[in-house]
Write a protein that binds this ligand. Structure first.
Ligand code: NDP
Ligand code: CA
Length: 328
């Protein structure tokens, strides 16, 4: 007697070609169990809808509905006992980076720190390298982290980097988020322009200033509206990134109206905080999973019996542009 899942269609953003199998990327802040029960105070979500014994199946069901090739999660505080073993049995290899001082640890009966986790289809990709980053802001270490993995497609030999991050939350921290974003972009530039001896010219793409690097996908809960400086930094960085969900808008340049919608004692918060960035010279967006309507989300907003997190999952299909280095 559980209510039905939110139904969401894929919007095709360009004619589908049969020859290239796109990469399906999923970005999702799944809501840490300890934070949902102990810190968030979602006033319109019944506590029973947050029971881990049931909520974990809603999270897994959402992931398995879309079967992403690459899955980027934030607020994971059940990696070792749930997501790693379950998703490993379904063919995913993964990496987990806990926050150094996770707020989950303040919650009674917590299950350990929350952090970012990155999963990929291990039949499709070979892992070349993983980096765990602790983000800095103005040279100071912060409590936020990122994972960067370099993957090679077993079938085509194509190499790309994928990163997952979760920037500092709350208003008043806009300059801090921007500084974290600047540090992350610098690290990503270093990683994607490092020379991998096993990689040939075909795998590099021009990233500006005549520099060549590995194609990049960055998924994250940036905790920042598109009006914030950190968004502008990503939009205008020398890495040549664009945001996949802009494809959903009529003019192709506007982010969705919300990716997170919740009601706390302080009031209702409906905001665009989550993004999938991609190297615009290297990838084309083939399809994007639609954002559910206000009616689908319902008057009590998120999380709910129908949907297990206060953030919506973002899913898109990316395909490599043909011969990126010869497009110049
Ligand atoms: P953040 O400010 O980035 O937020 C942490 C989490 O709180 C995020 O997952 C965020 O979710 C969520 N959140 C955002 N807004 C609210 C809100 N209004 N009410 C409840 N939860 C919210 O945390 P930091 O990583 O900077 O850590 C700071 C917190 O960590 C402190 O509040 C403190 O409790 C704790 N702490 C613990 C220490 C320890 O030793 N254990 C040491 C230092 C701090 P989302 O991203 O979805 O918005
Ligand atoms: Ca949260």
């Amino acid at each position: 007697n559980r209510p039905p899942r939110l139904h969401r269609d894929f919007v095709m953003t360009r004619p589908c070609s049969l020859q290239n199998a796109p990469l399906r990327i999923m970005q999702w802040n799944i809501l840490a169990q300890a934070l949902g029960e102990g810190k968030d105070s979602f006033v319109r979500c019944p506590m029973e809808a947050l029971n881990w014994s049931e909520r974990k199946y809603l999270i897994l069901e959402e992931i398995l509905t879309y079967r992403p090739d690459v899955l980027c999660l934030q607020e994971v505080d059940h990696y070792f006992d749930t997501f790693q073993p379950v998703l490993a049995s379904l063919g995913y290899q993964s990496s987990f980076c806990p926050k150094p001082c996770s707020p989950c640890l303040d919650v009674h009966n917590n299950n350990g720190p929350d952090g970012c986790a990155l999963f990929f289809n291990r039949r499709r990709f070979q892992l070349l390298h993983t980096t765990h980053l602790r983000l800095s802001a103005m040279m100071l270490k912060t409590n936020q982290v990122a994972i960067v993995a370099t993957l090679r497609c077993r079938l085509t030999g194509r190499v790309f980097c994928v990163a997952v991050t979760h920037l500092k939350a709350r208003s008043g921290w806009e300059a801090f988020r921007s500084a974290q974003g600047a540090h992350l972009l610098q690290q990503l530039r270093d990683i994607t322009t490092q020379s991998y001896p096993e990689m040939d010219q075909e795998n590099r793409t021009r990233v500006g200033d005549g520099e060549e690097g590995i194609p990049l996908v960055v998924c994250g809960d940036f905790n920042a509206e598109p009006s914030e400086e950190v968004y502008r930094r990503f939009m205008t960085s020398p890495l040549g990134l664009d945001s996949a969900y802009k494809c959903l808008s009529e003019d192709g340049t506007t982010e969705p109206p919300y990716t997170s919608w919740k009601i706390r004692p302080s009031g209702e918060s409906c905001s665009t905080l989550d993004y999938i960035w991609y190297s615009e010279r290297a990838f084309q967006v083939d399809a994007v999973l639609r954002i559910p309507s206000e009616e689908q989300i319902g008057p009590d907003r998120l999380p709910s019996y129908n949907y297990p997190s206060d953030h919506l999952s973002l899913v898109c299909d990316l395909s490599f542009s043909q011969q990126p280095h010869r497009l110049m």
